[in-house]
Design a protein around this ligand. Structure first.
Ligand SMILES: [Cu+2]
Length: 160
């Protein structure tokens, strides 16, 4: 009659994206398209849709709901993300700044992106103009109504 709480532990480990150490091996993965060098870069969220990343201070969490095109491509991309607080409550009416950035090259996007507020704490980011293939970061500065600004970075491998 012991309590098997330990059985839950293996399922609590979640990928945190940027900064999380990774073994990086893909010997057993299937359907990996090796298009460009960043396809196995652990900084790129894979799969992108459904990925969930918290801000470093833990106050905000962003979940990728949809991406159009379905794989990040050079040129304009349109993403919908859901933004919630630490308790999982959707954040309506947040102010979001967007900075697409190539960390390995030190440059951003040639055109600005804006966040359109949708229902349920969802926001459409458009257009995300990835001007060249490689590893990009979509850096979101999220200021909840009446709250402090938090930063969330979404990594994505952009194909040519
Ligand atoms: Cu670049």
């Amino acid at each position: 009659m012991s309590m098997p709480r330990w059985m839950l532990v293996p399922f609590l480990a979640l990928p945190l994206g940027c900064g999380s150490p990774s073994a990086g091996t893909d010997d057993t993965s299937t359907a990996v398209e090796v298009e460009v060098g960043c396809s196995t870069d652990p900084r790129g969220l894979s799969p992108l849709v459904g990925a969930s990343v918290a801000s470093l201070d833990g106050t905000v969490r962003v979940t990728v709901e949809s991406v159009d095109p379905s794989v990040p491509v050079r040129g304009n991309n349109f993403w919908v993300v859901q933004v919630a607080d630490a308790a999982g409550t959707p954040l309506e009416g947040a102010t979001i700044s967007i900075q697409p950035f190539m960390p390995d090259h030190g440059h951003g996007s040639p055109s600005p992106a804006s966040a359109e507020s949708l229902a349920g704490g969802r926001y459409k980011l458009s257009p995300l103009n990835f001007s060249m293939p490689g590893l990009w970061e979509v850096r979101l500065g999220i200021t909840p109504a009446g709250g402090a600004k938090a930063t969330v970075t979404l990594g994505a491998c952009v194909i040519g």
